[in-house]
Design a protein around this ligand. Structure first.
Ligand SMILES: [Zn+2]
Ligand SMILES: [Zn+2]
Ligand SMILES: [Zn+2]
Length: 337
C-alpha cells in the first residue's frame, strides 16, 4: 500500500528495496512463470527466500502437524474406544444391573454374581452345641469347631432280648443314652427263676407272638394285654385276626391274678392260665406257650409235651404243663410247682 501511494512522487523516492523488486521480478520470472524460481536467482533476494522458506516450512510443519494430528486423533479415538469398551471390565459395578445375587452365607454377604458387588453383612454361623459324637457344628454350612465331647459310660446293666432269648451286659452313655459297651452276650436257656418265672409278662407275650409267627397257619394269631374288668388286673388276650380266640392271666400264686402294674416285672408270676372255646386255638396257643416259656424246646418237642399233658399234667425242665378239655372249654396252664 505504501509503495502505491509513493509512486506519483517520482523514481528518486524509490527505496532500494523497491528498485530491487522489479529487477528480481524481471529476472526471476522472465517468461511469466509464477512459482518456478531458478536456483541461481535465490541469493539475490534473501528476504524473499526467507519468506518462501518460512512459508514452505510452515506448510511442511502444518502438514506434519496435520499428519501428526491425524495420527494423534486416531490414537486418541482408539484409546477412547478401548477405554469405553474396557470400562465395564475396569469398573464392572458401574455398568451392572445386579440382577443375579448369591444369597448371603455364614461368611459372605449377599453378592452380585456378575460384578461381585456385596450388600449387607455375612449371616454368621448358627452353632449347635457339641454332642458326645459330633463337634460344635454350624447348622447352616456344616463348619465344625473343636471336638466331640465323647461319651460318659454309666454302670453295667443286663439287657434281655426276649424274642431271641438272648441277654447281654451293656453300658449306656449317661449323657446321650447310646450303648457304648457290650459284654457277656449269651443265649437264655431257661426262664425258670427262684420259685417264679424270670421273664416279665410283657416279655412272655413278646415271645408268644414270635412263636405264633413260626407255627404253620397261625400267622394271624396274636397275643396282647389289657386291663381286666376290675381295672387293676393284667389280662392276656389271644386273637386270630380280629377274633378273640382266648383270654388268660398271670398268677403270682394259685389264686392271685397279677396286677397290670407288673407287666414289665421279672420274677413276679409262677403260673400262666389261658381259656379257649375252640380246640384249634387252644392247640396252637399251647404249642406257642410251651416254646415261649422254655427256649430250649423245638416245635416237635412242644408238640410232644402238648400231646402228653392233655388231661394229665406233665413236668418238663421244671415247668408243669396241663391242658384240660371239658364240654367245649379248654384250659391251658404252665406253672412252677
Ligand atoms: Zn452386579
Ligand atoms: Zn456356618
Ligand atoms: Zn454319649
Amino acid at each position: 500500500m505504501d509503495n502505491e501511494m509513493k509512486e506519483p512522487n517520482g523514481e528518486q523516492t524509490h527505496s532500494a528495496s523497491d528498485e530491487q523488486i522489479p529487477n528480481i521480478e524481471g529476472k526471476q520470472f522472465p517468461d511469466g512463470a509464477d512459482d518456478a524460481p531458478s536456483p541461481e536467482n535465490r541469493p539475490s533476494n534473501e528476504y524473499d527466500v526467507v519468506c518462501k522458506k518460512e512459508e514452505s516450512d510452515s506448510l511442511l510443519t502444518k502438514a506434519i502437524h496435520k499428519l501428526g494430528g491425524k495420527k494423534r486423533a486416531a490414537i486418541a479415538a482408539t484409546a477412547i474406544v478401548a477405554v469405553v469398551f474396557c470400562l465395564p471390565t475396569l469398573f464392572p459395578q458401574l455398568f451392572c444391573t445386579h440382577k443375579l445375587w448369591t444369597n448371603a452365607s455364614c461368611t459372605s454377604p449377599r453378592t452380585c454374581k456378575s460384578c461381585g458387588k456385596t450388600e449387607g453383612e455375612p449371616l454368621g454361623h448358627e452353632w449347635e452345641e457339641a454332642t458326645c459324637t459330633v463337634p460344635k457344628t454350624c447348622q447352616r454350612c456344616g463348619k465344625t469347631d473343636g471336638k466331640p465331647l465323647g461319651h460318659q459310660p454309666g454302670s453295667w446293666t443286663t439287657e434281655v432280648d426276649y424274642a431271641d432269648a438272648t441277654s447281654k451286659e451293656i453300658r449306656e452313655c449317661e449323657k446321650c443314652g447310646e450303648v457304648v459297651d457290650t459284654r457277656n452276650e449269651k443265649e437264655i436257656t431257661s426262664f425258670l427263676g427262684d420259685g417264679s418265672f424270670s421273664i416279665s409278662p410283657e416279655g412272655f407275650i413278646e415271645r408268644l407272638n414270635e412263636e405264633f409267627s413260626d407255627i404253620p397257619n397261625c400267622s394271624n394269631m396274636k397275643a396282647s394285654y389289657e386291663l381286666d374288668d376290675s381295672g387293676t388286673g393284667l389280662e392276656l388276650q389271644i386273637k386270630n385276626g380280629s377274633t378273640l380266640a382266648g383270654i388268660g392271666g398271670f398268677f403270682s400264686d394259685s389264686s392271685s391274678q397279677l396286677l397290670f402294674s407288673y407287666l414289665g416285672s421279672v420274677n413276679c408270676f409262677k403260673n400262666i392260665v389261658m381259656y379257649f372255646e375252640n380246640s384249634d386255638y387252644a392247640a396252637a396257643t399251647a404249642l406257642a406257650t410251651i416254646q415261649a416259656i422254655d427256649p430250649t424246646l423245638s416245635f416237635s418237642d412242644a408238640k410232644q409235651v402238648g400231646a402228653a399233658c392233655v388231661d394229665e399234667p406233665i413236668v418238663k425242665n421244671g415247668i408243669t404243663y396241663a391242658i384240660v378239655a371239658s364240654n367245649g372249654e379248654y384250659w391251658l396252664s404252665a406253672r412252677i410247682e
